[in-house]
Design a protein around this ligand. Sequence first.
Ligand SMILES: C[S@@+](CC[C@H](N)C(=O)[O-])C[C@H]1O[C@@H](n2cnc3c(N)ncnc32)[C@H](O)[C@@H]1O
Length: 287
Amino acid sequence: MKIVLSHYQARFLLDQRAQRVLAVEASLDLGRTLCPVALTPHGVRAPGEEFISWEMLETLAADENGCYLLEDDAAGEKTARKIQFYSEQTGRVYSLYPTSGAPTMLVSGLPMHRIKDTDPYQDTREKIKAARPAGHVLDTCTGLGYTAIEASKLAAQVTTIELDPAALQVCRANPWSQALFDPSGHAPITQVIGDSFEQIAGFADGVFSRVIHDPPYLSLAGDLYSLEFYRQVYRVLSRSGRMFHYIGDPESKSGRSTTAGSIKRLEQAGFRHIERVPRAFGVVAWK
Ligand SMILES: C[S@@+](CC[C@H](N)C(=O)[O-])C[C@H]1O[C@@H](n2cnc3c(N)ncnc32)[C@H](O)[C@@H]1O
């Protein structure tokens, strides 16, 4: 059993101890599932004879910004490793950042999902509602795989592209990303490592029914907002295909101007109808 904890789960267990609870259902996978645990004088005993000391839980509860993978060292003692990776390829640091729901990923300090007044999975559901996955879906930016995973529940096939292998290392450690590696029952997800801007040129005309385009901020990935890229999306979409394009808060100054610029370029690329979807912080463009 892979144990991954943040201050939310650690704090919950410490609170239970303060109330002298002896047994409780708790999450040991960042809130994804619950399991029965026993509270002992020295720590928490979980299924599979796993044991986490109170000292370790106090350390984890003190860090509000990290998620930790608990592993056994050579002496059989639990050690906590912060889920954070440096990418030699891009010079960026990728880390898992806890919320009260699913975690998000910070890329050089910036969250890759909305977390203000929502959580990363609610954010994902809004994107999926706007995209209406069907047929073969192209997900241009894997990130934590949430859009690819949710799309695979509705589509026949999903292809997802991630620029940085370090992001996939974060996915491997994240309990909420596991379906990316084992879709069990849902549509197959094909993972591609590469730059979407380059990779998209290699797909045949009209092969995708939907494109979910959830790029980083414009300042981090200008190419993915360019006319050239939108032309490629238009080309790989089937005749009645459509793209959901996450852009950013339409009420913010930068979101407003990026949305206006993107809509103009999408029209130039040939999209016949473009609808703003403020709830999903993006637009839907129909071929
Ligand atoms: C906003 S996140 C995507 C979140 C994702 N939809 C999810 O559900 O978790 C953006 C991701 O795109 C990746 N990325 C940045 N530039 C890229 C590019 N040119 N091609 C493919 N992926 C890229 C980043 O490393 C990051 O993981």
